[in-house]
Design a protein around this ligand. Structure first.
Ligand code: KG4
Ligand code: ZN
Length: 386
């Protein structure tokens, strides 16, 4: 007679391992990220003396999505599932380590495109079951928000401005699990606006660097472009009207002169970039005023996301920080844009606080960091802005 095999789910896991490096208070984490269009794995080591990125592998999907003008969730999920294990293997090899040197596995559990997040979460669960290593689900936005602690050892609380193709929000970072959202976009993210404006002007993608390059020879004052939402006292943004303003100015020129001269494109690019920089700077001024009311002992503003690469925007934010007497930091671009080192690092902060997850960890398409804040309206070409 055959004996029935009963499989209970979730299976009972061994108790979370004591970090094997606890004697010298050192933790080594494997991080996995797959929430949008980058498949990434990284190894980060956190010691008392500071944190270091031992390896960071990012496999982008830009080429796969380029023909569609935005990220296609099904294509993204399939590509993550195909590449995720090779990214993990590569990250371990680059770090010169094996899984037996790892203390815990951190994975993005949201927010993001559900198929992609699932790929990462399933991979991390598989590794956790196979090795007995603790599993830690990390909020992708917390990964971005905690990066200045990895790169610059910023003390809590600091103010973070997250500006990319998919995100746009001010976060007051009080601790690894404590965030206050002071404002965000109600429609497009700024990177998304750069990309759309570039398309309207016949410039290549990604639009941000293309507009920045074109703007160098442009006159930012030739076209009167709006500064949206500055009439409102809050820290929220709206960028979709700027894109419409570019469309109108372009069409007026095309109607009157039959096309766009190179100088027209440069002037429109410069005007657009100046408008975004002005709005970001003024809203940052307001967010800093609110942040400073908390009397932070070491006041600091950190900016992250692909748009932080823009020199005009960076200079505007630096000058507002100086005006307010606040330290300004921007992590290196490879850690500003989506990566797994930020997930591993955020995982280390959570692990140190005793947070681990079991196999019931689920992928969350929406996962606001500040649950008390009202939901953002924008959903954008890269998915929910949470
Ligand atoms: O953080 P990121 O690499 O990816 C996600 O959005 O997830 O940001 C990419 C965005 C793109 O929209 C790109 O146009 C914008 O950042 N970007 C820039 C610059 N470099 C990249 N925007 C303005 N100026 C730049 N130099
Ligand atoms: Zn991101």
């Amino acid at each position: 007679m055959q004996t029935a095999i009963v499989i209970s789910y979730p299976p009972v896991l061994p108790a979370p391992m004591i970090p094997r490096n606890r004697n010298d208070r050192m933790l080594t984490l494997l991080g996995i990220e797959s929430s949008c269009d980058d498949t990434a794995a990284a190894v980060v080591r956190v010691a008392e003396s500071g944190a270091s990125v031992l390896a960071s592998v990012v496999h982008g999907q830009t080429d796969l999505h380029a023909p569609f003008g935005g990220v296609v969730p099904e294509i993204a999920a399939r590509a993550h599932a195909e590449k995720i294990d090779t990214c993990v293997i590569q990250a371990l090899a680059d770090a010169g380590l094996t899984l037996s040197d790892i203390d815990a596995i951190a994975v993005t559990a949201g927010p993001g495109l559900i198929g992609g997040v699932l790929s990462g979460v399933m991979c991390a669960k598989g590794l956790s079951v196979a090795t007995g290593l603790p599993l830690i689900g990390v909020n992708h936005l917390a990964g971005h928000a905690l990066t200045p602690r990895l790169t610059d050892s910023l003390a809590f609380p600091y103010l973070m401005l997250l500006v990319s193709g998919g995100h746009c929000q001010f976060l007051m970072v009080h601790g690894p699990q404590s965030f206050t959202r002071l404002g965000g976009t109600i429609d497009d993210a700024p990177g998304e606006a750069f990309d759309k404006a570039a398309r309207l002007l016949g410039l290549p993608q990604p639009g941000g660097p293309a507009i920045e390059a074109a703007a160098k020879s442009g006159d930012a004052k030739r076209f009167r472009l709006p500064r949206p939402m500055l009439d409102r006292p809050d820290c929220d943004f709206s960028f979709s009207g700027l894109k419409t303003a570019i469309l109108r100015a372009r069409d007026t020129l095309v109607t009157s002169q039959g096309g766009l001269y190179r100088q027209d494109v440069a002037d429109l690019a410069a005007g657009f970039q100046a408008a975004i920089a002005d709005v970001l700077a003024e809203k940052t001024r307001r967010a800093l005023t609110r942040y400073l009311q908390e009397a932070p002992p070491e006041p600091a503003l950190a900016v992250a996301g692909g748009v932080a690469a823009n020199q005009t925007i960076r200079a505007a934010l630096e000058s507002v920080s100086a005006e307010k007497g606040v330290r300004f930091t921007a992590p290196p671009l490879r850690l500003c844009t989506d990566n797994a080192a930020m997930i591993a690092y955020a995982g280390a902060e959570l692990f140190a606080l005793g947070q681990t997850d079991d196999l019931t960890l689920s992928a969350r398409p929406r996962w606001p960091l500040d649950t008390a804040a009202s939901p953002m309206l924008g959903s954008g070409k890269k998915g929910a802005k949470a």
